[in-house]
Design a protein around this ligand. Structure first.
Ligand code: 13P
Ligand code: SF4
Length: 364
């Protein structure tokens, strides 16, 4: 190991092309000691360096299957945590910029979830009657909470199978942090909207009466994604008016109304596969993050497909955007010098319980 890590500061003045050369050189030196995982929302300057790209589920499996010494996760914090939890102990998970979080994941913390569990326990036996289900967009200690309480993790790809599993075991589900994914999936499974209640974590008893809790099938945490909440029904109406033959496809973090009005709903990987497999010349309105939509627009232009972003406003995931070529060059050049910077390391006791919940998911 080199004595001191290379400082980040000088990288700030490098332009993207310089960084690109440095990234390519470092990757060549490191060879199969390093694997770069890139989420679909990454900007192009980063995405092109990914050895594997995918949605949260695909990248989790990739991290679990990788034998590389270093997993450099170009995504957000919870993704690098998952990589650390499910990789082997000698592997190292790295997030190029530690400030790349997820604002939705931050809407539920362990104290709030523990309090919810205690309060629900005043109405019914929580461990007997409720399966806690956390969306993968959550901190490791919430996954650990689910592992400890007979619960599980889900992603946007497998939410329905996970809810089936959960409701086979216990009569109710506490779903956090994304209310929209929970509501859309529950409704698709035939659970009426009136059987799903919102848990407002700022209010005592989540703002619910004992009767509302007893009658509910799903208790949905009041969290949401600030990017996907920008998509609105009127944007779909305008598109359909202009392109009556066009298709609308959305990520399930979008509102219930937007999902209901969409022709297709699914994860980032599903969105890419569906539009890519469609007939040439088709027109698409897409409700998910801008970098992904722009990339599809460019790659599919040669097939005369029109791929249009749903919102008239620019709404990128600002935290995904924090992973830039400067940070990627910095972490890789440090690895070349034998320095590990920006390691994401989940405490062993938390990781053990979180792994239980993640394994339950990966086994389904
Ligand atoms: P996917 O698992 O569909 O890629 O979603 C991750 C995410 O954060 C979407 O906002
Ligand atoms: Fe989190 Fe939303 Fe960004 Fe996805 S798009 S990482 S849910 S803030």
């Amino acid at each position: 190991m080199a004595a001191t890590a290379i400082d980040l500061q000088p990288y700030a003045s490098l332009d993207d092309q310089d960084c690109e050369q440095r990234i390519l050189r470092a990757k060549q030196i490191l060879g199969d000691r390093v694997v770069i995982l890139g989420h679909h929302y990454q900007r192009d300057e980063i995405f092109k360096h990914a050895d594997f790209s995918g949605d949260s589920l695909k990248l989790s499996r990739q991290a679990a299957d990788s034998s590389a010494e270093y997993i450099v996760f170009c995504g957000v914090h919870f993704m690098a945590e998952v990589a650390d939890i499910i990789s082997r102990p000698q592997q190292v998970s790295i997030l190029p910029d530690l400030s790349a979080g997820c604002s939705m994941a931050d809407m539920a913390d362990l104290e709030q979830v523990r309090r919810a569990w205690r309060e629900l326990g005043t109405v019914l036996d929580a461990d007997e009657s409720i399966t806690p289900v956390t969306y993968i967009n959550s901190a490791a200690d919430l996954k650990a909470f689910c592992g400890e309480h007979g619960g599980i993790v889900c992603t946007s790809t497998n939410a329905q199978a996970i809810l089936d599993w959960s409701l086979e075991r216990r009569e109710k589900v506490l779903f956090f942090p994304d209310q929209h994914l929970g509501r859309y999936t529950g409704y698709k499974m035939g659970i009426p909207l009136e059987d799903m209640v919102i848990w407002d974590y700022d209010l005592p008893m989540g703002g619910l009466t004992a009767e509302q809790i007893r009658n509910a099938k799903m208790i949905l945490w009041k969290g949401f994604c600030s990017v996907h909440q920008m998509f609105k029904p009127e944007q779909i109406e305008n598109f359909k008016r202009e392109h009556p033959q066009g298709f609308v496809i959305s990520h399930p973090e979008s509102s219930f109304e937007v999902c209901q009005m969409s022709d297709f709903v699914g994860s980032t990987e599903y969105i890419i596969k569906t539009i890519t497999a469609a007939e040439p010349g088709t027109k698409w309105l897409v409700g998910t993050e801008l970098n992904l939509v722009n990339r599809l627009h460019q790659t599919l232009a040669s097939e005369n497909k029109i791929v249009q972003f749903m919102s008239p406003m620019v709404c990128m995931c600002s935290t995904m955007f924090r992973i830039d070529p400067q940070h990627l060059a910095w972490v890789l050049e440090n690895l070349v010098e034998g320095n590990i910077v920006n390691r994401i390391s989940v405490a062993a006791d938390v990781a053990d319980n979180a792994r239980i919940a993640l394994k339950r998911m990966l086994d389904i």
